[in-house]
Design a protein around this ligand. Sequence first.
Ligand SMILES: Nc1ncnc2c1ncn2[C@@H]1O[C@H](COP(=O)(O)OP(=O)(O)OP(=O)(O)O)[C@@H](O)[C@H]1O
Length: 367
Amino acid sequence: MAIEYLVEEVTNNHTNVTKPMIIKDIAKIGEGAFGTVTQAQLRNATASEDQWLGPFAIKKVPAQTEYKSRELEILRQTSHPNVVSLKYFFNYPNAEDRGKLYQHLVMESLPCTLQTEIKRYHSSNLILHESHIQVYSFQIARGMNYLHSFGICHRDIKPSNILIDPDTLVLKICDFGSAKKLEYNQPSVSYICSRYYRAPELIVGCSLYTTQIDIWGLGCVIAEMFIGKPVFQGQDPMLQLREISKLLGPPDKEFIYESNPSYNGPMYSHRLYTSKVSTRFQKTFSHASPVAVDLLMNLLVYRPQDRLRPPAILAHDFFKPLRSPDFQVISRTTNSRVDVHNMLYNFSDYELRVLGDAVKEILVDES
Ligand SMILES: Nc1ncnc2c1ncn2[C@@H]1O[C@H](COP(=O)(O)OP(=O)(O)OP(=O)(O)O)[C@@H](O)[C@H]1O
């Protein structure tokens, strides 16, 4: 592919300086509902021909659409090890789309997504090692702790929106195309989030939801790492609720009323199983340790207020082994030991303040 083009106004997100730059598109790496993602390199228009920066991932989406994307705005405000970082941005016409103006977001590039990693294991009839699930889940929760502290709700948590580097086990949340800063008591659309990962309050049409919808998504993602496929695969938006009720039992009337008093869809109120919820969780996640099942039972909960919040998630005993400075995992790709403790626990002063009292449990290794 390797197409080069000059863009007169490219803004560096870090310095805010706008300069002409040459862009070299190398290969398409992703395709979404709204645009494409390509791997590319950039160089200053005045630099010599071998001074390429990158590779980066450039996400190209139509600059003006009826659907309001706050992606640029949110990526400009965020800076966190577990949130993909924006390096440059610019607008440029897309020749393949009648010269329509496209917004280009130049981001750091990671080699794969959690979806490809889960599929790779699943196709060999394997599941990720629990230590890898711990390391990945911890980083998603840490990224959410940061985002939610500003009221930023991702609203499309799923494995294909989570980037990883399998060599280092570094993880970054990406795709802020649906993200929004939620304000208290201000309604938002409920028709967001990919079906399998939609929180039950969204399914019944709640418009005053909170960042806890992302915690449901996190529960679904951790569950998927354990079983190799989406835990709730509804064939249509309403059957999605039925899939959830197979594991959690039927939603109660209070939950429906609190979510949307005018809901008049199916309630799935008759019990599909006689077994206890905890037994169904243990059966569904038969490869997971009891402490992992306990975490899942505290994330996949109907009432959003009853789902754990990020500080409590990070303090959960599922992550206890990670607290030891000697904690290591074996990388699938390099087959060597990786020290991950420092990368997981390099909390900024801001994060420590946000975590509050939970810090003691999150940081202290009592073993
Ligand atoms: N920074 C990145 N580094 C590497 N790959 C990336 C990066 N950002 C995105 N991708 C790849 O491109 C795909 C689509 O990106 P993204 O989800 O941001 O676009 P989208 O148009 O919103 O997609 P969708 O409609 O599927 O949510 C990702 O699943 C991933 O495979």
